[in-house]
Ligand binder design. Sequence first.
Ligand SMILES: Cc1cc2nc3c(=O)[nH]c(=O)nc-3n(C[C@H](O)[C@H](O)[C@H](O)COP(=O)(O)OP(=O)(O)OC[C@H]3O[C@@H](n4cnc5c(N)ncnc54)[C@H](O)[C@@H]3O)c2cc1C
Length: 440
Amino acid sequence: MEKKIIVAGLGHGGIAAAALLAKEGFSVTVYEKKKEGTLGYDWTDIFAPKSLGIAGLDMPPEDKFEYKKDMTFFGPHTKKGLQQHVPEEQLEIKMERRDIYDHLIKHAVECGVNIEYECEVLGPVILGNRVVGIETSKGTFYADLVIDACGMNSPVRRNLPDVFEIEKEVSRHDKITIYRAFYNKASDEEVDAKFKVMLLVDGITGVSWIASEDEHTDVLIGRFEDYDLDEANRFTELLRKDHPRIGTEIVRGGQFVDIPVRQPLSILVADGYAAIGDSAFMTVPVIGSGIANALKASRMLADAVIADKHCEFSAETLWNYQVSYFKNLGSGMAPLACAKLLLLKLKPEEVDYIIDSGMITEDDITMGANFTSLSGQIKLDPRDLVNKAKLVCKDPELLKKLVACGASMGKVVAACAMMPKKWNKDRVRAWAKVYRYSFK
Ligand SMILES: Cc1cc2nc3c(=O)[nH]c(=O)nc-3n(C[C@H](O)[C@H](O)[C@H](O)COP(=O)(O)OP(=O)(O)OC[C@H]3O[C@@H](n4cnc5c(N)ncnc54)[C@H](O)[C@@H]3O)c2cc1C
């Protein structure tokens, strides 16, 4: 009998996995709460185009994307920024979010995926210790496998039984609240850096960017704390003082959204269940990019499902997906969560010193850009590390913070390396505890 797969939520990784599995002959239905044609946001996203090929998609039409400009990173008071010099073959593309969705959905429908719009997923249906379906606003639906692509606050993941030991909630420091608006161009003044990323501006723990486009200026404010529209407006006004190009009229966007910026879930699978994309916290911690990782994960998940010849879709057979994800991506992402925790502890003057002293160089920043590629792994040069250590030693307080961060990164790397390669309930749960504890 044809095996049924449900994808809860039309997340990027979920719809890409749906296409790969429908092509293999599975009956796949996606349940999405929004109306057809209203998905995404009124803005552009940046992601590695190779991820489309990995997920079995063609490149979008040429008029639908452009290559991203190099970013330049600034501390709260640094005058000279650190600019990336990303090689051409590693350049990410910039594309309207709605066009990304159109591209993914068109492909999935051609592969035979059914999409049920305006259907809100309320939670999982559990029988024994297995996920056997979903409760929705349009009734209960059963399947042999539920793929959870409902995003960070997924009602499927959050309502799983405690016995699965899958983390449910996201702490305040594990998500960044973004306000993003595109302002009219108020002056023709040349800018020093077209894509400026700024850390801890105004002493506030967070990341902001100002991207100067031909027609407008794209302002993004990201913070690890709650704030409101009045505060977003005050902060934009502050940015305007040094960036007169930012006009006062919002031409696009003007919305608040949360992005997860934490380590990947410790356990991605259970009997009848697999999480992907933001519901599994696959974004790059600190910067929050998650499209490429979700697309790459879709291939790993589809491979594990297809390899399960008896269609058990148990935690044991789906564990291959988790092993593959951590081997290729997760074990690189997880230590970056420690870097994010460090950022939360740094003082503005320490960030300035790190940038001004040369402790972080343009090469480091460029390597960071490579972290979204499947083969991209940061390679550290020991001589370079010694030079950096000498600079850090001049500031004992900063040294203490960096040593603590380095130690926790070491623990996380070791934990990832210890992940069981084969499913064994007790061993996996013991391992997950160690992995989670290494971020404390
Ligand atoms: C402001 C902003 C800018 C970003 N910029 C970038 C970028 O430039 N590059 C990049 O790589 N990433 C970026 N990201 C992150 C990126 O959007 C996500 O990591 C990526 O989309 C993967 O998330 P997802 O598709 O799994 O989940 P989501 O994007 O959250 O999608 C979940 C889907 O499930 C649906 N859904 C949710 N709940 C329910 C429910 N109860 N029932 C039914 N359906 C439901 C939602 O409507 C949505 O369609 C950005 C995010 C934000 C918020």
